[in-house]
Design a protein around this ligand. Structure first.
Ligand code: HEM
Length: 503
């Protein structure tokens, strides 16, 4: 969308820029968080910046998060903001290619597939998959040699990307996807993934080879899933009671219609993409910090010994419920998502003029600010998650802040939950009902993440399995790379490891 809207007196302050069309694209693109913090100092919590011809109004802090994420989908609209990026990848008739009410029904179908029963069944499968990976993957040759004194090394992101897709396909995606992973599926996935970049977001239709490869890959992957579904419908393949395809095949819309093969195929692609980068980035950051903080690694290991030692000196597997009740592990994941939330910008398209509440931004001399129709709005929970007025040593990764009942994290939450009323347990990561909170790595409101429990399970099992088998080491944790859609660690991100000695 190109916007040619003349500036009005009620518009929120516009960030100063030299180049009319480009606006603040370079500062935002290189380091969005630094850009937002700088703008916040100059203009307050609400301001508009120009991003390649678009006007983007940012609202910061817990109240800003609430304004945008709690806004009505008829005015702050997600499909208008995202469909040009996601529909060529996921396909038609799902997610942002359909009206919000239909997508909300589709989210409900996915929740059925992510039932506690299914998640319980996944723990052992994920553990198996990671054990196998350590035993056979070339990154872990030194581990495989059984020598406890020699150190090897691996690239945190490469390993996490592989483990994430292996574990997601073994569980959610199902047997057929897992069996084809090392064959054609991996190449198709990479071509599809090549369409999920900031360039695709900013320029939906460029005549580039990567756009063509994305479109071909979409057709082939979609057909691959349709074939799986048809083979299952005809009874040719069995043994898939816990996966998502099985769950989706039984779901019907409120009007009584069952999901068709294409819809199921496209929802499976959407889930694959939604979970892959977010979980692999979080897993990479967690391993990097654990490697840089041997005391935390030791605390994690001690927690395993305390809870899972068997009389014969081994460690037994944790159940789903046990995994969720480990305070050190929980704090490591929470803190990693506080410092490195994978999604730094959550966008919506503004379908109608919306006044900015005076509690969020003091009115200008011309009266209350109005976000004009045709702008985009942007929420960045990453800003409130690293706000030094909320978090002590905000830029430091300190998992113990989550276990200290009197600590800063607990205090900050008390402040917001008391204000917001009822404290409600949505599971890991949630702190208060509603959309006003300083901690929202999984978003909030209608579009909140539904993969949170699955991600927690995947990440928890990953950390536990790594900690039980390896000692990790790195001199320093890399900085953020913001040039990808999902915030990744810059290279080098090489972790040294050796086989853990058992005492
Ligand atoms: C939505 C984060 C893993 C599926 C979201 C949103 C965030 C998020 C911030 C809100 C987006 C918005 O409001 O525009 C994360 C993080 C993850 C993670 C940090 C891992 C650490 C997953 C996984 C799945 C998944 C594993 C699937 C199994 C979804 C879906 C939505 C969503 C379906 C809904 C999108 C919408 O309603 O518009 N996620 N996610 N996510 N996520 Fe996740």
């Amino acid at each position: 969308r190109q916007l040619i809207i003349p500036k009005r007196a009620s518009d929120p302050p516009t960030v100063f820029h030299w180049l009319p069309f480009i606006g603040s694209a370079i500062s935002y693109g290189n380091d969005p968080l630094n850009f937002f913090f700088e703008c916040q100092k100059k203009y307050g919590d609400v301001f508009t910046f120009i991003l390649l011809g678009r006007r983007v109004t940012v609202a910061l802090g817990p109240k800003g998060n609430n304004f945008i994420l709690g806004g009505k989908s008829t005015v702050f609209n997600a499909e208008d903001a995202y469909t040009h990026l996601t529909t060529p990848i996921f396909g038609k008739e799902v997610v942002y290619d359909v009206p919000n009410e239909i997508f909300m029904e589709q989210k409900r179908f996915v929740k059925v597939g992510l039932s506690t029963d299914n998640l319980r069944a996944y723990v052992g499968m994920i553990e198996d998959e990671i054990d196998e990976y350590l035993r056979h993957d070339p990154h872990f040759k030194v581990y495989q040699s059984n020598d406890i004194n020699e150190w090897g090394s691996f690239d945190a992101v490469k390993v996490m990307q592989e483990i994430t897709i292996l574990t997601a396909s073994r569980t959610l995606q199902g047997k057929e996807v897992r069996e084809n992973l090392n064959k054609t599926f991996a190449d198709l996935y990479n071509d599809l993934d090549g369409g999920f970049t900031p360039i695709n977001f900013l320029f939906p239709n460029l005549p580039l080879p990567s756009y063509r490869r994305r479109d071909i890959a979409h057709k082939k992957i979609s057909q691959f899933y349709v074939d799986i579904i048809q083979a299952r419908r005809s009874g040719k393949t069995q043994d898939h009671e816990h996966d998502m395809i099985a769950a989706l095949m039984q779901q019907k819309y409120r009007n009584g219609r069952y999901l068709n093969d294409k819809e199921i195929a496209h929802m499976m692609i959407a889930l694959l993409m939604a979970g892959q980068h977010t979980s692999s980035a979080t897993g990479s950051w967690a391993l990097l910090h654990i490697a840089a903080n041997p005391d935390v690694a030791e605390a994690l290991y001690e927690e395993q010994i305390k809870n899972f030692s068997t009389p014969d000196g081994k460690l037994r597997s944790a159940t789903y419920e046990e995994l969720r009740a480990l305070p050190v592990l929980d704090s490591v994941i929470r803190e990693t998502l506080r410092v490195h939330p994978p999604i730094h910008s959550i966008m919506r398209y503004v379908r109608d003029d919306v006044p900015v509440p005076p509690t969020l931004s003091a009115p200008s001399k011309d009266g209350v600010y109005i976000v004009p129709k045709g702008n985009y709005v942007l929420a960045s929970p990453a800003i409130s998650q690293s706000d030094p007025t909320v978090w002590k040593n905000a830029d430091k990764w300190i998992p113990s802040r989550w276990n200290d009942a009197e600590g800063v994290a607990a205090q900050a939450f008390k402040m917001y939950t008391d204000e917001g009323g009822e404290k409600i347990d949505y599971g890991f990561g949630a702190v208060s009902k509603g959309t006003e909170s300083p901690y929202q790595p999984f978003g909030a409101g209608k579009h909140r993440c539904i993969g949170e429990q699955f991600a927690y399970l995947q990440l928890g099992t990953l950390i536990v399995t790594m900690i039980r088998n390896l000692e990790l080491k790195i001199d320093e944790v890399p900085e953020h790379n913001y040039h990808t859609m999902i915030t990744m660690p810059k290279t080098p991100r090489t972790i040294s490891y050796r086989r853990r000695k058992f005492d």
